[in-house]
Design a protein around this ligand. Structure first.
Ligand code: SF4
Length: 61
């Protein structure tokens, strides 16, 4: 299960650009998970996690 730690997110938008089916901006212009990744976009979601500049994206069991 993917989550965004809002305390770390700086709203750079990288994750939304990489995996826009999974991540979108919330009302505060911080990233949020709108859909958990599917088989089709799990690689994009993992790429977004790896590339987040503040390590705000978390994957939990
Ligand atoms: S890449 Fe990280 S810091 Fe940038 S919007 Fe996404 S969660 Fe926030």
């Amino acid at each position: 299960m993917f989550k965004v730690n809002k305390d770390r997110c700086i709203g750079c938008g990288a994750c939304v650009g990489t995996a826009n089916e999974v991540f979108d901006f919330d009302d505060d212009n911080l990233a949020t998970v709108v859909n958990q990744p599917t088989e089709e976009n799990i690689n994009d979601a993992k790429e977004a996690l790896e590339n987040c500049p503040t390590n705000a994206i978390i994957e939990e069991e």
